[in-house]
Design a protein around this ligand. Structure first.
Ligand SMILES: [Zn+2]
Length: 308
């Protein structure tokens, strides 16, 4: 009988659920509407039902379940702390509810750590000293790998790069603070630019058509670049993974962004030795990453490390 982990990638519109074997292959997956849980009085019960229905389609019981949320989670990987774009799970101990119902180990994690896990496996980067990832989507996602482990911090909430403050910026951030860089450097900002240009709300391709020559797009790119260059200047990484839905838009002025990052990065190093990997769209990135993370994490359960 095949041993497998369940990997789940939770989004506001849909979530993906898949079975990942020990060779890190996605054996089976499906997309489920997030209405399944959004419309329920206890959203975690909707998640539970979706998991039970998926498991029925596969032979055998899963070895564990790992779920990625677009927000911060507690260091013990049980409870969502804050998901500004999906607040129904804030404060909910998801691991406990699902573990009690199914008697299977359950961990939840910030989705960016699962994406980075997938990408490090895909590009064989686990032997590198330091890898950082930028996932530019609705927000400015970030994950950091140093000296053989994901960095999680004292409270488990490291890598909140989108929430570095900019002096003089009065924009409120969905996190509750004022002046974070993310409202100026995210897909949300691109939506505003579309509206300022008189375009439909999500006409990103059109908004990006003029590239860095457009003052609004140039300002957006410079804010993204400032955030990334800040982290590069602190960590001097071996490589920077560049992903997220916005980075994958066909018109995205990627070269202009790299130029701005170089501009803001300390010379001669790390500036002269920057290595970037630009990701291609992969709808299973989050599911596979959750499965790999579950295999690696649960094999190291006695350790305090997320994994090494
Ligand atoms: Zn913030």
């Amino acid at each position: 009988m095949t041993r497998y982990m369940i990997g789940i990638d939770i989004g506001g519109t849909n979530f993906r659920i898949g079975a990942v074997n020990q060779e890190y292959e996605v054996l089976k997956h499906k997309i489920v509407s997030s209405r399944t849980f959004l419309e329920m009085e206890r959203p975690v019960n909707g998640l539970l039902e979706a998991i039970i229905s998926f498991i029925k389609e596969i032979e055998g019981k899963p070895c564990g379940i790992c779920m990625g949320f677009p927000g911060t989670v507690t260091k013990d990987k049980s409870t969502v702390l804050s998901c500004p774009n999906l607040p129904v799970f804030d404060g909910v101990n998801i691991s406990k509810v699902i573990n009690q119902a199914l008697d299977i180990p359950v961990i939840i994690e910030h989705e960016v750590l699962l994406l980075l896990t997938n990408d490090m496996y895909h590009f064989s980067l686990f032997d590198k000293n330091c890898v950082i990832a930028i996932y530019l989507g609705t927000g400015l996602g970030n994950a950091i790998y140093i000296h053989g482990r994901m960095i999680e911090g004292a409270n488990g909430v490291s890598g909140e790069l989108g929430h570095i403050p900019i002096p003089g910026n009065k924009t409120p951030c969905p996190c509750g603070n004022i002046g974070c860089i993310e409202p100026r450097a995210s897909g949300k900002r691109l939506e505003e630019i579309c509206i300022e240009k008189g375009l439909p709300e999500k006409a990103f391709t059109k908004a990006l058509a003029d590239g860095a020559s457009d003052p609004l797009i140039s300002d957006f790119l410079d804010h993204v670049a400032c955030a990334i260059a800040t982290e590069i200047n602190i960590l001097d990484p071996n490589c920077v993974i560049m992903g997220g839905g916005v980075m994958m838009i066909s018109n995205f002025p990627y070269d202009a962004l790299l130029e701005r990052i170089y501009f803001h990065t300390r010379k001669p190093f790390p500036a002269e030795n920057l290595k970037f990997i630009r990701l291609e769209p992969d709808p299973l990135q989050g599911v596979r990453g959750a499965g790999i993370y579950a295999w690696r994490y649960m094999n190291k359960k006695k350790s305090s490390l997320p994994y090494d």
